[in-house]
Write a protein that binds this ligand. Structure first.
Ligand code: FES
Ligand code: FES
Length: 222
């Protein structure tokens, strides 16, 4: 079976799963003066690990862990000014959930793949799990908690309820924040557009028909 094929001159253009084994099978103890590549690696690897392990375990814990640096960051979160001293490695998602108690923004994958943590940063939708808070001093942040105004749900929140745009609800804050951005960008003109421009927001319950209907409906109201 071929793994890949190339075309460089003088270089084999196809690697097969037979070749490495064929070469290895021919390489016996006798062909290399009694020392095969395998036995050499086992010997060297074993000696190396014996030599390295005591050094690593002898390190004091304080030397093996780099000290965290902090930064002062000012943010406007849902209309409220916040000034915080942050670990510079902290994500905006963790800042919102852990430091500000805004747990409406959900942590799904924590690696930018599901959209559950979508918020608006200076009016643009971003996945907050991949956004370093310390890099956005002075930014305006909007989360699901900031959509309701004077006791009135945002039109998108109402539309999600009316169109059954959710089942378990875990993805819903991210879906709604993404939909706010999608409509503002002018990308909610048709169900096809909505599916495409909201494709970064995954719903494990498969509530997509209701989500698309809700966004299309709300796009006419906002
Ligand atoms: S939690 Fe951020 S994209 Fe999944
Ligand atoms: S409603 Fe359950 S993941 Fe979307």
């Amino acid at each position: 079976m071929a793994y890949w094929a190339g075309s460089s001159e003088g270089i084999p253009t196809t690697m097969t799963n037979q070749e490495p084994f064929a070469a290895g099978a021919a390489e016996t103890e006798s062909t290399r003066g009694g020392v095969s590549r395998r036995s050499l690696l086992l010997t060297v690897g074993g000696a190396a690990s014996m030599a390295v392990v005591p050094q690593v375990t002898a390190q004091p814990a304080s030397e093996s862990k780099p000290a965290a640096s902090t930064a002062r960051v000012r943010l406007n979160v849902n209309g409220t000014r916040q000034e915080l001293d942050l670990d510079t490695r902290q994500s905006l998602l963790d800042l919102l959930r852990e430091d500000l108690g805004l747990t409406g923004t959900k942590k799904g994958c924590n690696q930018g793949a599901c959209g559950a943590c979508t918020i608006l940063l200076n009016g643009r939708r971003v996945v907050s799990c991949l956004t370093l808070a310390a890099m956005h001093d002075g930014a305006i942040v909007e989360t699901i908690e900031g959509l309701e105004k004077n006791g009135e749900l945002h039109p998108l929140q109402s539309a999600f309820v009316e169109h059954d745009g959710l089942q378990c609800g875990f993805c819903t804050p991210g879906q709604i924040m993404s939909a706010v951005g999608c409509i503002a960008e002018g990308h909610a003109g048709s169900p096809e557009d909505i599916r495409f421009w909201m494709s970064g927001n995954i719903c494990r319950c498969g509530a997509y028909p209701g989500i698309v209907a809700a966004v299309a409906d709300a796009a006419k109201r906002v």
